[in-house]
Design a protein around this ligand. Structure first.
Ligand code: B12
Length: 222
């Protein structure tokens, strides 16, 4: 792998946000995710490769260490912060798509769940193919999804869940949307969900990553 990407992966994995950030002590004074991302972009590395070969694997490593009790929530938060710093630099590359909007995509992380990195990535990519994004944020209950759908007739909605314990809230949200606005097209995503779950709860599309979501959206909306 390119050395710049390796350095970026390490910075995100260990939660080194930028050069001035004192955390983690072993990387004090060294460049962080901010600088490595800018260097990678300036050296011509494809932003898609920055995302797929450095940032996403870094979060994968963080998750593995967390599940093995090798790190704890504060370290996970610092890694998320470092990833967010990189994403700020990458966003312009994923959102320079067509100017004319193709439709409105409402997105949120379901009630009880505070994870938003995946949701933000999906938003960025969908915005990049010309859709208007209404981002409801995290910990979003069914009533807020429904309110947003009523305010944006015909919009597509995307639900994200990262915890097995919040999958039930995703199901509840889909059920409520089906009751009140049965024609709505519903996308779901997030690490613990899959196609079987999508069918079981009556959502329309499951996508394991933003690329698949974009493909589904293009085929469905064309
Ligand atoms: C970073 C992180 C955190 C950060 C979140 C910061 C933030 N701003 O998001 C913090 C520290 C806050 C956190 C907290 C917790 N976390 Co956490 N977290 C993670 C971690 C390491 C990475 C998640 C991530 O961002 N992945 C990278 C992104 C890019 O991937 P993604 O989210 O899966 O999204 C992709 C796809 O799923 C898909 N997608 C996602 N959403 C959507 C939506 C749509 C519509 C579509 C189409 C696609 C799609 O596209 C995305 C891009 O490819 C994961 C481990 C892991 N590897 O997943 C644990 C993990 C999810 N967390 C876990 C846990 C247990 C917790 C806590 C309960 C810990 C605690 N004891 O407090 C709390 C819960 C807080 C809450 N109420 O939500 C567990 C969940 C276990 C489970 N199965 O339920 C995991 C799996 C870690 C582990 N191995 O145990 N966490």
């Amino acid at each position: 792998m390119d050395l710049l990407l390796e350095k970026l992966l390490e910075a995100v994995e260990f939660g080194k946000v930028d050069k001035n950030s004192p955390y983690p002590p072993q990387l004090k004074g060294q460049d962080g995710a901010h600088e490595h991302t800018i260097n990678a972009i300036n050296s011509g590395i494809d932003p898609k490769s920055i995302l797929e070969d450095a940032l996403i694997p870094a979060m994968g490593r963080v998750g593995k260490k967390f599940s093995e009790n090798k790190i704890f929530v504060p370290q996970m938060l610092m890694a998320a912060k470092a990833m967010g710093t990189s994403m700020v630099q990458l966003k312009p590359f994923f959102t320079t798509g067509e100017i004319k909007t193709k439709g409105t995509f409402i997105i949120g992380t379901v009630k009880g769940d505070l994870h938003d990195i995946g949701k933000n990535l999906v938003s960025m990519m969908i915005e990049g193919i010309g859709w208007t994004i209404v981002d409801l944020g995290v910990d979003v209950g069914s009533e807020r999804f429904i309110e947003a759908l009523k305010n944006n007739p015909g919009a597509v909605v995307g639900l994200s869940a990262l915890l097995t314990t919040t999958m039930v809230n995703m199901e509840e949200t889909v059920t409520e949307i089906r009751k009140q606005l049965p024609e709505t097209t519903i996308f779901i995503g997030g690490a613990p969900v899959n196609n079987d779950f999508c069918q079981k709860i009556g959502a329309d599309f499951y996508a394991p990553n933003p690329q698949k979501a974009v493909e589904n959206l293009k085929s469905f909306a064309s």
